[in-house]
Design a protein around this ligand. Structure first.
Ligand code: CMX
Length: 168
């Protein structure tokens, strides 16, 4: 039987930014988003913020902690801008296995820690038509609240996750 990645939606779009506070100010002050979450993820070499919009859309702002990080190298090569498309999956390990079964390159043998306690992996952009695809299994608390229909979608569920999660 053919195994496919079980995508349940777009979790977020990731934008590489040189200055996180300036990017937050633009996305909240001009575009009307809400700062839902902010953290440093040293494994990924980023300081990041999740911006949530009415209706459930989410944009992840990613600033490099070091020039050698993935985001540091991306900005150096391509400048600031769209860096990734992140799909939500129910099980990141299963999704990893499905990608490998399709003969594509995942970046990690096992899913790693992503934003707000999620588990993440990536498909190499050269195997996807030029887009860095992230596969995100949200943290258990987020999955549970989302399944029970939180009042303002995923953004509200992030408040159940420990860390520097913001509420409006
Ligand atoms: N989108 C599309 N293409 C990309 C890309 C991106 N984000 N990043 C690199 N590429 C392209 C480059 O332009 C280059 O293309 P050419 O060969 O045509 O010039 C090619 O991929 C380079 O590939 P590489 O030498 O294998 O790898 P790099 O050192 O450039 O690293 C990647 C690319 C995807 C492996 C690296 O960025 C990575 O490991 N990313 C995953 C981790 C990550 O992005 N973390 C930050 C976000 C954290 C989070 O979301 O929580």
């Amino acid at each position: 039987m053919k195994i496919t990645v079980k995508i349940t939606g777009i979790d977020h779009v990731g934008i590489a930014v040189p200055d996180l506070d300036a990017a937050i100010a633009f996305h909240t002050g001009v575009l009307g988003g809400r700062l839902a979450h902010r953290e440093e993820n040293h494994d990924q070499g980023v300081v990041e913020a999740m911006i949530a919009y009415d209706g459930g859309a989410q944009v992840q702002l990613l600033a490099p902690l070091t020039p050698e990080s993935a985001i540091g190298k991306f900005i150096d090569r391509s400048g600031p801008g769209l860096q990734q498309l992140a799909y939500r999956v129910p099980d990141a390990a299963e999704a990893t296995a499905a990608v490998l079964a399709a003969g594509l390159r995942v970046l990690y043998a096992e899913p790693r820690r992503g934003t707000a306690g999620s588990k993440i992996n990536f498909i190499h952009p050269k195997d996807t038509g030029g887009v860095l695809v992230e596969l995100v299994e949200p943290a258990a608390a987020t999955q549970a609240t989302a399944a029970h229909g939180g009042p303002d979608g995923v953004a509200s569920t992030r408040s159940a996750v420990s860390g520097e999660t913001m509420t409006a």
